[in-house]
Ligand binder design. Structure first.
Ligand code: 2AM
Length: 175
């Protein structure tokens, strides 16, 4: 039997934007606010797949490769704290239609392939801090980063030497 992998579809954050965000995060949040996510791990999940066999991965990748939709601009200009998941996040005030369309499609395909999807409404976000268990003062409005999204990625979530690493395993262009 083949080994399963922990997989999810996501949008990459360009490297320069990742760097801007982590610098801003260090200025805005005290160290006790939560555990910061490494710059290279910042991303926006579109559909979480869970543990997936090689065969199911092939099916999901084939379906993803047939998605035809144009890219879009994404502006990250909102932040929040979810006390239940103990996450501080960054996201768009207004999610672009293309982002919601892409996530809905990937989530529907995943559900049809037996990857249970969260019943919670999809809220696109970049997780900035984990274990944020106490009330966090959120940055005042006025921040924001805009970048073009021209691809989406299938990531494998790995836990190596005590660290989580997200490894891109497949990538499709939006055009
Ligand atoms: P989070 O950052 O909000 O925790 C890799 O773990 C990615 O998949 C993260 O972006 C994480 O979202 C998301 N993720 C993990 N488990 C999930 C689940 N059960 N449902 C939806 N997204 C999940």
């Amino acid at each position: 039997m083949s080994e399963s992998k922990r997989l999810f579809f996501a949008l990459e954050i360009p490297g320069d934007v990742q760097q801007h965000i982590v610098r801003w995060r260090a200025e805005q949040f005290p160290v006790e606010a939560g555990r910061p996510i490494a710059a290279a791990n910042l991303h926006i999940t579109l559909a979480f797949l869970g543990d997936v066999s090689e065969e199911k991965q092939r099916i999901l990748a084939a379906q993803a490769s047939r998605i035809a939709q144009p890219g879009f601009q994404l502006r990250l200009d909102d932040a929040g704290h979810w006390p239940r998941s103990r996450v501080v996040w960054l996201g768009p005030r207004q999610a672009p239609r293309g982002l919601l369309q892409l996530a809905n499609l990937l989530r529907a395909q995943a559900a049809r392939s037996g990857c249970a999807q969260s019943p919670q409404p999809f809220h696109p976000h970049v997780t900035l801090l984990r274990n944020a268990q106490h009330r966090v003062a959120l940055p005042p409005p006025g921040f924001g980063w805009t970048f073009p999204v021209d691809a989406f990625v299938l990531y494998e979530s790995l836990f190596e030497q005590g660290r989580t690493r997200y490894k891109p395993v497949d990538r499709w262009l939006l055009k």
